[in-house]
Design a protein around this ligand. Structure first.
Ligand code: ADE
Length: 267
């Protein structure tokens, strides 16, 4: 396989509902299926973009990240989707921008310390500081004008009053965490974790391998406890999808103003 020298920025989500409003922003996209998953190549605010439907879990994430980098030749990756809140005050409707990512189900102990990835010698991979700053700025803008993006009935239904932006550690594993004992265990073992999801840390590891900037934003859909499954599909459709579209739209309008500050990456 050779890498066509077209698009630059990858926009990724695990689920179709999370990607739908991003695709709606791309006027000229066309679908390509590679490695059994769907990618949409086109433009957003005049910038070359590949939108990718990653699928659920760390293997799907690693495959998607590798294809985006090696086959589609993207320069940077922005991941958007939902997560379960773990940190104190990380509530449904809040947004988390990852500053570092860790696989909570990775364990080669006693040969290596728990969570540490052999070969890298670390357990946490940082996200890209500059891209994450921009993403966080876009999130602040969107959260400050929520009723422009999410209808009032959904704001009332999910209690989305004064949603907050949090930034810090996001943890990933091949499990939808939906019992209170399990989320309490994660909080005990990884007290700085803000949110749990199923793909981000795998993206971070692949991006580290290829020296590629990654930023990740997650809307909190649940508290990873016994209630986690309640209203998950309607939250995705009515709230998370709207957040994703609005955050990416805002990020790209800001990017257009600042794009001359981004260095070209050598392939
Ligand atoms: N994505 C959204 N909520 C989640 C949860 N509770 N566990 C894992 N991934 C999630």
């Amino acid at each position: 396989m050779t890498a066509p020298s077209i698009p630059r920025i990858a926009l990724v989500a695990a689920l179709h509902e999370e990607l739908a409003s991003v695709l709606a922003l791309m006027p000229d996209e066309h679908k390509e299926t590679v490695g059994g998953r769907d990618f949409w190549v086109g433009h957003l605010h005049g910038q070359e973009v590949v939108a990718a439907l990653c699928g659920i879990g760390k293997v799907a994430a690693a495959t998607t990240a590798t294809l985006l980098i090696q086959y589609f030749g993207v320069d940077r990756i922005v991941f958007t989707g939902v997560a379960g809140g773990l940190g104190p005050g990380v509530n449904v409707g809040d947004v988390v921008v990852a500053r570092s990512l860790l696989q909570h189900d990775y364990d080669v102990s006693p040969i290596f310390p728990r969570y540490v990835i052999p070969g890298h010698g670390v357990s946490e991979f940082p996200s890209d500081a500059q891209l994450s700053d921009r993403l966080a700025g876009a999130c602040e803008t969107v959260l400050g004008a929520l009723p422009d993006h999410v209808d009032l009935a959904s704001i009332a239904k999910f209690g989305l009053h004064k949603p907050k932006l949090h930034q810090g550690l996001v943890i990933s594993g091949d499990r939808f965490v939906c019992t209170t004992p399990e989320s309490e265990k994660l909080i005990r073992e990884l007290p700085s974790a803000l949110a749990v999801e199923m793909e981000g840390a795998a993206f971070a590891q692949v991006c580290k391998d290829f020296n590629l900037p990654l930023a990740l934003v997650r809307t909190i859909s649940d508290r990873a406890d016994d209630e986690a499954h309640v209203d998950f599909p309607s939250f995705l459709k009515e709230v998370a999808s709207k957040y994703s579209g609005a955050i990416i739209q805002t990020l790209f309008s800001d990017e257009m103003e600042k794009s001359d500050t981004y260095p070209e990456r050598e392939h």
